[in-house]
Design a protein around this ligand. Structure first.
Ligand SMILES: CC(C)(COP(=O)(O)OP(=O)(O)OC[C@H]1O[C@@H](n2cnc3c(N)ncnc32)[C@H](O)[C@@H]1OP(=O)(O)O)[C@@H](O)C(=O)NCCC(=O)NCCS
Length: 179
């Protein structure tokens, strides 16, 4: 299989904590997937600085397969609110269930942080991502006008109440959710 061939099953990808040495390959994916508003190296460093220890407020993950980073995601918890900061999957893995696995882990983290709700912003034209979030129970609650610059694209704000209910394997989880 060539590197760009479509991958239909994500089971072989391993999800693990993102570490500083992952930043370079993550940045490469970030620039490919978010060409207009990619995060900088410094932004990832600063997020990871809050991801360890008893005071940690962040959970960042990568998906790795065959030594290659093929996806990543991050969540910040502030008080009893979680925010999905980012979620991304290499193009050839789209539709493989990897986005669902990453989002499941973020919601597991939100549950561990005791978040009562999880928020996120998504470009209004990113229907694929919105469908993923809706399957997990996120609901649209409003817009942020011109949130994405350059381009002046609006963000759809979505909210999930009680993230623990969307995570399989928890007391209240169901098996039919993913993302
Ligand atoms: C949004 C994104 C993370 C989704 O990742 P993904 O890996 O494609 O997500 P999933 O595979 O879990 O789900 C997507 C689709 O695959 C389907 N799918 C899930 N598991 C599957 C499997 N095992 N086999 C085949 N298809 C599957 C889902 O039903 C879903 O289909 P639908 O969109 O028609 O309902 C990815 O498209 C991406 O990185 N986009 C660019 C960055 C981005 O926009 N990030 C979000 C910013 S708000």
């Amino acid at each position: 299989m060539t590197e760009s061939a479509r991958v239909t099953e994500s089971a072989a990808a391993v999800l693990r904590e993102m570490r500083w040495w992952d930043i370079d390959p993550v940045l490469e994916l970030e620039r490919r997937l978010f060409p207009e508003d990619a995060w900088s190296r410094g932004m990832f460093w600063s997020e990871l600085a809050h991801a360890r220890g008893p005071q940690a407020t962040r959970r960042y993950l990568v998906a790795e397969q065959g030594g290659r980073i093929v996806g990543y995601a991050g969540l910040v918890a502030s008080g009893d609110q979680g925010d999905v900061q980012t979620i991304a999957v290499a193009g050839e893995y789209w539709g493989s269930g990897l986005g669902s696995r990453l989002l499941t882990e973020l919601l597991r983290a939100a549950t561990a942080f005791e978040c009562a709700e999880v928020m996120l912003e998504c470009r209004v034209d990113n229907v694929r991502a919105q469908k993923l979030y809706e399957r997990f129970g996120f609901e649209p609650i409003g817009f942020r006008r011109g949130y994405y610059q350059p381009g002046n694209v609006d963000a759809l704000v979505m909210r999930l109440t009680d993230p623990s209910a969307s995570v399989p394997g928890t007391d209240r989880g169901t098996e039919n959710n993913h993302a």
